[in-house]
Design a binder for this molecule. Structure first.
Ligand SMILES: [Zn+2]
Length: 93
């Protein structure tokens, strides 16, 4: 079973967490200025990266905090986890 290091609680079994999708999706500053296609792109379209990927996780059966992780989608290895607002360890991907 995958171990995920929650930034607040430390390593815990994957079963305690919920996957919450791609990380660092920025909400448009003024959604009323977007076309329907641009708004739909913001709401629904996410990358499907092979390899190093920044994603969100929720420690649903623990501290209830959301946090970010850098995970390799090929090997399933978690490179790092970090709190919201912190920069990505190792840079963006
Ligand atoms: Zn936690």
């Amino acid at each position: 079973m995958l171990q995920i290091p929650c930034p607040w609680c430390g390593p815990r079994d994957q079963s305690e967490f919920s996957y919450a999708g791609e990380a660092h999706i920025e909400r448009p500053a003024d959604p009323s200025q977007l076309s329907d296609a641009e708004w739909a792109d913001y709401l629904f379209m996410r990358r499907n990266t092979r390899g190093r990927f920044r994603e969100q996780w929720h420690h649903a059966h623990g501290c209830q905090q959301f946090f970010n992780a850098v995970r390799d989608t090929v090997t399933n290895r978690i490179e790092a986890t970090y709190r919201p607002g912190e920069s990505t360890p190792g840079g963006q991907s």
